[in-house]
Design a protein around this ligand. Structure first.
Ligand SMILES: *Cc1c(COP(=O)(O)O)cnc(C)c1O
Length: 374
C-alpha cells in the first residue's frame, strides 16, 4: 500500500460536504475580499488560540513581514532567527528592512538555542523570531526571559504549530505577536494561500491591519502607505470549516507519532524526535536524524513511501544568505541539515500505514547492518 507524505485528497473526501457548502456560501454572498467570512474566521481562530486579536493576511510570509513592520523597529536592526527553518522566517526580516542574524538550534527540540542567541547580541539587536518547528513549541519561557533581559521584541513564527501549547498556554501568546501560515500543506491549511497575525496588543493588531490593507483606516482615508495582503473570503470559509476538525486531526498525528516513537526506538542509527516536557506537540512533521538520508529516502520510495527533507541546507548556507557570512559556522544546525529526514505524517495516516513505514525502515537497517551500506 502506498503511503503518502501528505494527503489532501483524502482529507477533502472526508469533509467534502462541509467544504463545498462553505465555498458555495461565499460565492452566493459574493463576499470575496474582507466581509463576514473573514471576520468570522478571525474571531474563531483568536478564540482557538486563546488570544484577543487575529488579523487575517495573504500568507504566512506576509504575516511575519507585516508584524515586523508593525513593531516599528529601527531600520537595519539585527533580528535573531534560527538557522534551521523555512526561508520565509529570514526572508521577512530582510524584506522588512532589517538584518538577519542566524542562531543555532537545540539538538533536542530543533528550535532556537537561547544560549547561542545570547552570544549573538549586539547593540543593534532588536528582536528574536523563535520558530515552533515541526509542530513543537520553542522554549518560550526561556526565550521571553532572555528577550526581557536584552530589551528585545519577540515574534513567534507559528506556521507549523497551530494548536501547540506549553503548559496549556497556546503558542503565539508568549511574545509580542505570533504569525501563522495556512498554506494548504500546513496542519490547518486553506485552499490556496492564507495567513494570520495574532496578538494581545490592540495597538499592534490595529497597525498590522492598517499595513495589510493599504494603510486604510476608513474607506477613503489612508493613514499610512501600506500594502495589499488580505485574507480572502473563500479561504476564510474553508479555514472555518476545517478548524472544527483540527483537534481531531492533531490527535491522529499524535497517535501516529506515538507509534513511530515506540516502534522505531533503537532501529538502525535513527535519532528520534524528543518531545519536550509539558508541551503539546502537534507534529506538523516527524523528522528523524540518520546518516543514511538519501539511501533511506530511495529505499522507501521504491516501496511507495514518500518522505521529505526539512531542511536539507541550513538557511545560512543558502545562496540567498551568502552575504550574511555565516555559511561556514559549525553549530548543530550547520551539521545536522544533511541528516534530517521527514517521514510521512498527517491525519491521513492509519495504524496500518504507520506500521508499513516502520517495517520498511526495519528492513532497510536489517539488510544494511548498522553500517547501513546496501
Ligand atoms: C510555511 C512557513 C512559513 C511561510 O508561510 P507561507 O504561508 O508559505 O508564506 C513561514 N515560516 C515557517 C516556519 C513555515 O513553515
Amino acid at each position: 500500500m502506498p503511503v503518502k507524505f501528505l494527503d489532501l485528497q483524502s482529507q477533502y473526501r472526508r469533509i467534502k460536504p462541509e467544504i463545498d457548502h462553505a465555498i458555495q456560501a461565499v460565492i452566493d454572498d459574493t463576499a470575496f475580499a474582507g466581509g463576514p467570512y473573514v471576520e468570522r474566521f478571525e474571531r474563531e481562530f483568536a478564540e482557538y488560540q486563546g488570544i484577543d486579536h487575529c488579523v487575517g493576511v495573504g500568507n504566512g510570509t506576509d504575516a511575519l513581514e507585516i508584524a515586523l513592520e508593525a513593531l516599528e523597529l529601527p531600520p537595519e536592526s539585527e533580528i535573531l532567527v534560527p538557522a534551521n527553518s523555512f526561508i520565509a522566517t529570514a526572508e521577512a526580516v530582510s524584506r522588512a528592512g532589517h538584518r538577519v542574524v542566524f542562531c543555532d538550534v537545540h539538538p533536542h527540540s530543533y528550535c532556537l538555542d537561547v544560549a547561542d542567541a545570547r552570544r549573538r547580541l549586539t547593540p543593534a539587536t532588536a528582536a528574536v523570531i523563535p520558530v515552533h518547528l515541526y509542530g513543537q513549541p520553542a522554549d518560550m519561557p526561556a526565550i521571553c526571559q532572555f528577550a526581557k533581559d536584552a530589551g528585545l521584541r519577540v515574534l513567534e513564527d507559528c506556521a507549523q504549530a497551530h494548536g501547540a501549547q506549553i503548559g496549556g498556554q497556546p503558542v503565539g501568546t508568549f511574545g509580542d505577536a505570533g504569525t501563522f501560515s495556512f498554506y494548504p500543506g500546513k496542519n490547518l491549511g486553506a485552499y490556496g494561500d492564507a495567513g494570520a497575525i495574532v496578538t494581545n496588543d490592540g495597538n499592534l493588531a490595529r497597525r498590522c491591519r492598517l499595513i495589510a490593507n493599504h494603510g486604510r483606516s476608513s474607506k477613503f482615508d489612508h493613514e499610512i502607505e501600506g500594502r495589499n495582503s488580505r485574507l480572502d473570503g473563500v479561504q476564510a470559509a474553508v479555514l472555518s470549516a476545517k478548524l472544527a476538525f483540527l483537534d481531531d486531526w492533531i490527535a491522529r498525528r499524535q497517535q501516529a507519532a506515538q507509534l513511530y516513537m515506540q516502534e522505531l526506538a533503537g532501529v538502525g542509527d535513527l535519532v528520534l524526535p524528543q518531545p519536550q516536557g509539558n508541551v503539546r506537540h502537534v507534529w506538523h512533521l516527524f523528522v528523524v536524524r540518520t546518516g543514511h538520508v538519501e539511501q533511506l529516502a530511495d529505499f522507501l520510495a521504491e516501496r511507495q513511501i514518500q518522505t521529505g527533507r526539512h531542511y536539507p541546507l541550513a538557511l545560512p548556507k543558502l545562496g540567498a544568505y551568502s552575504h550574511v557570512g555565516q555559511q561556514a559556522e559549525s553549530g548543530f544546525a550547520w551539521k545536522a541539515d544533511r541528516e534530517l529526514l521527514s517521514l510521512p505524517m498527517g491525519e491521513h495516516l492509519d495504524e496500518q500505514m504507520v506500521l508499513e513505514v516502520i517495517a520498511a525502515l526495519g528492513e532497510y537497517f536489517d539488510q544494511s547492518g548498522d553500517g547501513g551500506v546496501l
